[in-house]
Design a protein around this ligand. Structure first.
Ligand code: NAD
Ligand code: DAO
Ligand code: ZN
Ligand code: ZN
Length: 370
């Protein structure tokens, strides 16, 4: 057992509390990881708010990390002490029906226990004064030391700076992957991106890499527009500037609608706008944002009858162990930048400030450095 500094979420709506926790040793098939850095994602805030139907407390949140393997449990063969790793909330076992299907990245091998905040054997590795603390999304990167199943670790290039490629553990891979894997945007396409946080801006990077002709960026916070343009947006639109609906505005701007749209907000109304701004006959809309518990999407079915396609994407459709290391290598080769995303850096002790900055719309990503 070791001691670890961690930010504990004791309950919904409460600030995180920085405390020392006990971390139990990795069991068979598990790995102890020292987290070097972690991003703070909107989904952490969503769970902390109490809106997340899967939210369990007390828990150690965080799922956008980069770290170093400290110790391996019995039978672990694919990573070794000293390896650099990115934790995966979407693992890849390679042997379940989902992994073998070749159709999805949603490995289900440890889904049941992960959803309950537990390791695959049904227990937790975190304790505070003898009381169990739950894991979060199988990652819990808001603890300096965390334990993950081997199948939930991507081994990445040791040359890659962990305080930057940690962002590939969620937001950046999600946005880029949704464009390149889920939608498969092609050269010359017209694209609309709703929401210009870490995920939406990454979708813009993906669309620019795919050589989309026109990339329309939509947000109600205009302070995001400069960076969106720098990353490749050709048009930036604030829906509040128009009397008519944003879908009508986009349909008019694009001679009938976009080829692809991406909802990167988590709002069921903008999900509808994203679908309805797509071109009749072929436009595809990808939902990436996570909506609150119990919320439902709506549109007129005729929107789909007339050829628009509505789909969703988790972690950009990326298979973490086999494909994420390639994203890290592409970053190292200079194909895209992560610097622009990191608007703030701070120690774990200041993590509540990172949540405030996100809520105030002042950050893209804050990186917590241990
Ligand atoms: P973020 O909070 O940094 O960004 C959201 C952006 O949406 C902000 O710029 C905000 O100003 C804008 N926005 C809010 N309401 C709007 C509106 N009505 N119209 C236009 N713009 C509006 O969030 P993020 O970290 O980029 O995450 C975005 C969403 O993606 C969240 O819902 C998050 O939970 C989800 N997410 C999903 C996955 C996945 O795998 N599907 C992965 C990561 C994050
Ligand atoms: O396999 O049923 C499942 C769930 C997999 C989790 C995928 C979560 C994607 C969206 C959550 C936001 C991620 C930060
Ligand atoms: Zn995330
Ligand atoms: Zn699997």
């Amino acid at each position: 057992m070791i001691k670890s500094k961690a930010a504990i979420a004791w309950g919904p709506g409460q600030p995180l509390s920085i405390e020392e926790v006990d971390v139990m040793p990795p069991q068979a098939g598990e790995v102890l990881v020292r987290i070097v850095a972690t991003g703070v994602c909107h989904t952490d805030a969503f769970t902390l708010s109490g809106e997340d139907p899967e939210g369990i407390f007390p828990a150690i949140l965080g799922h956008e990390g980069g770290g170093v393997v400290e110790q391996v449990g019995e039978g672990v063969t694919s990573v070794a002490v000293g390896d650099h790793v990115v934790p995966l909330y979407t693992p890849e076992c390679g042997e379940c029906k989902f992994c073998k299907s070749g159709k999805t990245n949603l490995c289900q091998k440890i889904r049941e226990t992960q959803g309950k905040g537990l390791m695959p054997d049904g227990t937790t590795r975190f304790y505070k004064d003898g009381e169990p603390i739950f894991h979060y999304m199988g990652c819990s990167t808001f603890s300096e030391y965390t334990v993950l199943p081997e199948i939930a670790l991507a081994k990445v290039n040791k040359e890659a700076p962990l305080d930057e490629v940690c962002l590939l553990g969620c937001g950046v891979t999600t946005g880029m992957g949704a464009v390149m894997n889920t939608a498969k945007v092609e050269e010359g396409a017209t694209v609309a991106v709703f929401g210009l946080g870490g995920v939406g801006l990454s979708a813009i990077i993906g669309a620019a890499m795919a050589k989309a002709d026109r990339i329309i960026a939509i947000d109600i916070n205009e302070s995001k527009f400069d960076l969106a343009r720098k990353l490749g947006a050709t048009d930036c639109i604030n829906p509040k500037d128009y009397e008519k609906s944003i879908q009508e505005v986009i349909v008019e701007l694009t001679d009938g609608g976009v080829d692809y749209s991406f909802e990167c907000i988590g709002n069921v109304h903008t999900m509808r706008s994203a679908l309805e701004c797509c071109h009749k006959g072929w436009g595809e809309s990808v939902i990436i944002g996570v909506a609150g518990a119990g919320q439902e999407i709506a549109t007129r079915p005729f929107q789909l009858v007339t050829g628009r396609v509505w789909k969703g994407s988790a972690f950009g459709g990326v298979k973490g162990r086999s494909e994420l290391p390639g994203y890290v290598d592409r970053y190292m080769a200079g194909e895209f930048s992560l610097d622009d995303f990191i608007t703030h850096r701070m120690p774990l002790e200041s993590i509540n400030e990172a949540f405030d900055l996100m809520h105030e719309g002042k950050s893209i990503r804050t990186v917590i450095e241990y």
